[in-house]
Design a protein. Structure first.
Length: 158
C-alpha cells in the first residue's frame, strides 16, 4: 500500500479493527512515535469499550458519555474534556409542521432550557455550553455581539 503520512494502513476489517504501522518512508525523519503499531478497534458504543479500558485491554477511548467517564478511577485514568465546539449534541426542532412552525414557540422553547443545569445535571459537570444554540459560536467567525441566551421562564410565553 502506498502511504505518504506518518502511518500506513496494514489491515482493515469493517466494523471491527484497523491496524496502522509506522511508515518507514515518511518524509520527516524526526517523527519518532512511542508505538510502532496502532490498532483502532471499533465499538458499537463507548459503553461496551469502558470495561475493556478498565481492565487494561484498551489504552484509550476517543469519546464517552459523562456517566461512563465518572466511573473511571481518577488515579489510573485522565479524562480530557474538549472545548465547546469540538464535540456537541444537538436538539433539533422540526419546523416544517406543528407548533415549531411558529417562531415564537421556538423562541419560548429556547428560553426554557437551563443550559448550566443541563451541563451540571445531565452531563455531570463534564462539558460546556455552546452559545446561543449555534455550532459556530466557538469559532472566530461567529457573531460575538449576540449575548449568550439564558433561561428566562417569565419571558418564554408567546
Amino acid at each position: 500500500m502506498i502511504a505518504a503520512g506518518p502511518w500506513k494502513m496494514v489491515s482493515h476489517t469493517p466494523t471491527e479493527i484497523t491496524v496502522y504501522e509506522k511508515n518507514p518512508y515518511y518524509w520527516d525523519p524526526s517523527f519518532n512515535p512511542a508505538y510502532s503499531k496502532v490498532e483502532l478497534v471499533q465499538f458499537v458504543s463507548a459503553a461496551t469499550a469502558v470495561p475493556l479500558l478498565k481492565t487494561g485491554k484498551l489504552d484509550y477511548i476517543g469519546a464517552m458519555e459523562a456517566a461512563d467517564a465518572l466511573t473511571l478511577d481518577k488515579a489510573k485514568f485522565t479524562v480530557n474534556t474538549l472545548p465547546a465546539g469540538a464535540g456537541f449534541a444537538h436538539v433539533h426542532m422540526r419546523t416544517n409542521f406543528g407548533p415549531f412552525q411558529d417562531k415564537r414557540v421556538r423562541e419560548a422553547a429556547a428560553l426554557t432550557i437551563d443550559r448550566p443545569g443541563y451541563v451540571n445535571g445531565v452531563m455531570k459537570g463534564i462539558g460546556g455550553i455552546v452559545g446561543n444554540d449555534s455550532v459556530m459560536d466557538p469559532y472566530v467567525t461567529a457573531d460575538k455581539s449576540v449575548p449568550q441566551r439564558k433561561q428566562d421562564l417569565a419571558k418564554r410565553r408567546p
